[in-house]
Design a protein around this ligand. Sequence first.
Ligand code: GDP
Ligand code: IMO
Ligand code: MG
Length: 450
Amino acid sequence: KNHKNSNQGAAATGQKRPRNEFGNKVTVVLGAQWGDEGKGKVVDLLATEADFVCRCQGGNNAGHTVVVDGKEYDFHLLPSGIINPKSISLIGNGVVIHLPGLFEEGDKNDKKGLKGWDKRLIVSDRAHIVFDFHQIVDGLQESERQAQEGKNIGTTKKGIGPAYSSKASRTGLRVCDLLGDFKDFSTRFKNLVRQYQSMYPSLEVDVEDQLKQLKEYAERLRPMVRDGVYYMYEALHGPPKKILVEGANAALLDIDFGTYPFVTSSNCTVGGVCTGLGIPPLNIGDVFGVSKAYTTRVGIGAFPTEQLNAVGELLQTRGHEVGVTTGRKRRCGWLDLVIVRYAHMINGFTAIALTKLDILDVLDEIKVGIAYKLNGKRIPHFPANMDVLHKVEVEYETFPGWKTDTSAARKWNDLPSKAQNYIRFIENHIGVPIKWVGVGKSRECMIQMF
Ligand code: GDP
Ligand code: IMO
Ligand code: MG
């Protein structure tokens, strides 16, 4: 009896799931490129039926857009499922939380009409806290990189790197510490500030003011906090539930597998789901990879298929490729299937969502990167070393453009045959079925293939 696969796909297809001795399965949505692939939109699509939507890593460096009934929402720390009044949103232990950021985001959405978000949000007591000084240090580190190496990473300055550094160096403070004995918390907070001040003498922190604010946040947060591991255990082992995990950032920004050092500081690949929520691998069901029909990247770092020409500019303007969190223009280029295949090696996608096909509608010809060459020879792997990645020559496959507006297409047969060929090529080359094709921003602009 194959226990492991007996449940796969159930969450997505909406079938009744057999009760399984290993419990419910979670459906995972992960970025397969350098971020901003449209994860928020895919999660929103699945969240209409979900009982739980969880974030497992990253922080408010993420920016996930959801468009419903003409209203645009951008989520940073809140799981995109917070839009669904019937589902519970959970921020897992692997996430780093900037409390002012969390409440600002909640209040902003409240004003937009998203009422009661705080009643539907659960926060793991093991999640680490991003302090204001972590964000200042993020900025100082960027200036230091600029001065020392002539280039920075182009971080979102949300304090992500410094907060995960505190976690790894075992001086970080967690939600459970904030809600515990406040005197103890204050002492450890002061020690942490001092540690950073010894590294960055220009760092000024009004400790008393910070502690006063933190104490207020603690009380607002308290009703939402649970033991995340036990909470997930109950969700997995109670009656059948649809549980969704919303990845933040993306495979090529993963601290281990991304284009290091131009990466973020968490595991944005499938392993981060287990460690960031405290759930066993047996409970992972479908893993959906999200990829645009082309490639973008925010910030610095190698980008082999980047188009520093009219094509890149067209993708940038037509695709409104501007960072949700930082407002920076995103760099643009052809779809790079080497990186999507690499993301698949790590994540084992069960299906792909291909977004923003509509942006390619006006192009005469469309290219897809299918292999990297070094000294004229194809290489089978994705290079770890950035100097090597900067040197690769990309081998392209060229397709004729369909020159037709696809934004009104709602099913496969509505797509021009040249677009269908493009999609089928991608599917065959990655070796993973494409389940959705995105042709516009809003909820209904998603063609479901099976
Ligand atoms: P995320 O970080 O992966 O959730 O993606 P972002 O929200 O940062 O960026 C994706 C952008 O593309 C958002 O502005 C979405 O509204 C938009 N988008 C998503 N899917 C599509 C699509 O199929 N077509 C078009 N035109 N826009 C899309
Ligand atoms: P979503 O979830 C795009 C990039 C930053 C920078 C690098 C490190 O919306 O796809 P950090 O602030 O994390 O230390 O920055 O990672 N980056 C993202 N780029 N989308 C994201 O998230 C990103 N999260 C981080 O631009 O290059
Ligand atoms: Mg984004």
